[in-house]
Design a protein. Sequence first.
Lengths: 230, 224
Amino acid sequence: MGVLVFDSSELAVADIPDGATILVGGFVSAGTPSNLILGLTRTGQTGLTAVANNIGLGDLLDELCEHRQLARVIATFAIRASGTRTSRFEAQYRAGEAELELVPQGTLIERLRAGGAGLGGVLTKTGLGTMMAEGKEVLELDGERWLLERPLRGDAALLKAWRGDRQGNLQYRLAGLNFNPVMATAADLVIAEVEEIVEAGEIPPEQIGTPGIYVDRLVQCEPVPVRWDG
Amino acid sequence: MASQRPPTGLSRELIALRSARELAPGSVVNLGIGLPTLVAGFVEPADDILFQAENGILGYLGISESDFDSDLINAGGQPVDLVPGASFFDTADSFAMIRGGHIDAAILGGLQVSARGDLANWYVPARGGGSVGGAMDLAVGARQLIIAMAHVTREGEPRIVELCEYPLTAERCVDVIITDLAVIDVTVDGLTLREKAPGISADEVVAWTGAPLLIPSSVPEMSL
């Protein structure tokens, strides 16, 4: 089976419906699918839920707030403690126009992993005795207390890899993996932007970070330079 | 006391230096955002410390001066250089290291630490919303948790308190508190003053601490 190659990031995301839950790979500047995010700003879907490590740290996810496309964000970093800079998302969150679910980073990745791996949930000590445990079940097993966290999946996932081949196999570079390989497993429609599309066989099999069966669409793009603005 | 300021103790850099000295040779260490990131600049190659960044790097050095590569950053988004033998991995692997007990020590910033070692460091009620990152996972999973922070707030209120008023990061997780005034251990008997900053008396540390402090008969000055 192959992968559908799109000519532009805009075309690759055009049929994502309003109200969809979108997993967005990346960690600040590393492995972030900025072209696909910009594609969504042009196709204009609304009522979206974005699941991402961060929003408003110089990333382009915050651009989706310019035209109020995000109804809800599930993230680990969203509001800066210092208050010296604020994002569009923060303004909309404070105005009650967008919702925020803050999730510990390890819990976020394990919820996604459970969602992608057919598991019913995650038992963790992270969040016990904190606000994160409110409304959640605590299980006692063999004398240990565990917080039950539920699986998380997306209607679509937007990923960034270095290279992709025509089977959809993805190769990452440096610290560009982060959330991308797990998010690839946890969405119904997986779209990856890559810097180069190559023929099957060109990426050494042991260097494939995401096997092609997870990937539905590829688009080749020049990476958008992103830098944390402090 | 809220209108006063504590005596001048260590600078941020010296708190980072003292925190670096707390790390056992050969440790695998995660540094939180802010003051803790400075710690990477105070370890020597001979210390054989391996820094882990939760975005997926084991073995980075301090902040890089070379050309910015957007795919090579630490968890604070800052460009870093690698040590020989460094490795990359995804977030699931990274938090398996953190939650699975494979990280020897984490140095995090703090807003408040309680007498029994509860930590609050992710949510300022006056700001709301918050950003948690990997702090809760590190507080629970790192074998040793060192909090590097200012002893009091900008308003002069103690950050070391009987009970945290701010929302918790985790309960009973802190092992050591390193501030501009003191090194304090969290023990089963309570908070214990281990060292005082140069020029600071034990009485001054007690005066600016909002929880009972055990004072051994001899409290040495930090060697920096």
